[in-house]
Design a protein around this ligand. Sequence first.
Ligand SMILES: Nc1ncnc2c1ncn2[C@@H]1O[C@H](COP(=O)(O)OP(=O)(O)O)[C@@H](O)[C@H]1O
Ligand SMILES: N[C@@H](CCOP(=O)(O)O)C(=O)O
Length: 319
Amino acid sequence: MAVFTSVTLEDLAPWMTQFPLGKALAIRGIASGIENSNFFIDTEQGEFVLTIFENLNFEQLPFYLKLMRHLADRDVLVPAPIANADGELCVALHGKPAAIVSKLSGSSQMEPLPVHCAEVGTMLARMHLAAQDFTIYQPNLRSLDWWQVTVPKVLGFLSDANRQLMQDEIAFQSSFAQTPTYRALTQGPVHADLFRNNVMFDGDKLTGFFDFYFAGCDSWLFDVAVTINDWCIDLATGELDLPRVNAMLNAYHAVRPFTPEESLAWQAMLRAAAFRFWLSRVFDFYQPRDAEMLTPHDPTHFERILRLRVSQVVAPLPQ
Ligand SMILES: Nc1ncnc2c1ncn2[C@@H]1O[C@H](COP(=O)(O)OP(=O)(O)O)[C@@H](O)[C@H]1O
Ligand SMILES: N[C@@H](CCOP(=O)(O)O)C(=O)O
């Protein structure tokens, strides 16, 4: 279900002449993925990934593609978008925006150990630092403003207990966002969806972060919290797994030390990260998008995580 627009080798031949990759030798649709049409392409210069964007438009894409190019140029492991002869990273194919990026080797590590979490922590800190001088601004489009307009749309679908939880959390997060602690958090471009399925490993070595299409400017700590909530938990219960949490946080801290304000904000940020994905999953569950034939992600997973992050005191950040 991840090839919404089909492309043949014959379609590709004239289109590829604008890229410095030689001839396309083979093309294979990629089955996973839910947003875009993705293909592996073999060219005379090696293997690449072709993406046809099904929802994002030509105005929206430069932020994501230029951010990936900026990071790749600074040795952060991400797919490097390939420019055509006019220097463009995004070019129409079958009337839709399309891009070619380098192919990361390996596969996703869905049962990570502390060693994998440490790799992710190190690269995440390097990514935050490397993106500091990226000049294009786009907010995280799934942040507080989106939460505030989306919560009223889903409240009617929820049980009394979940409606209460959602109302309490949006009130808590709205007032937390006004505090000096929140305002002191360092902000910059963040991935904002760095789940296990968006990172590649070759054995224990990280080969790259990908799927930057939820990226935007937000607090670095929010990015860390999103990542911890997916990589460092017992998947059945949502409980934090301390060996993995410590591995990721210590590795991050060794590259980009956490600040005292970030320590104060840590628990609230873990709540924010759980809330963000509970809300989007509830929204997708009750208001499925057109033409989607996919099983929506389970919202109860992040409801469980949110309840835990609200009720349990979390261990402090390394200082
Ligand atoms: N640069 C890349 N290198 C290697 N594999 C990739 C790359 N980009 C995407 N893929 C593969 O394609 C799949 C779908 O990509 P993804 O970005 O998750 O799609 P979608 O945006 O449609 O959700 C990934 O799970 C991965 O296997
Ligand atoms: N990670 C999000 C959904 C985004 O899907 P992705 O496959 O594009 O990362 C979630 O789990 O709810």
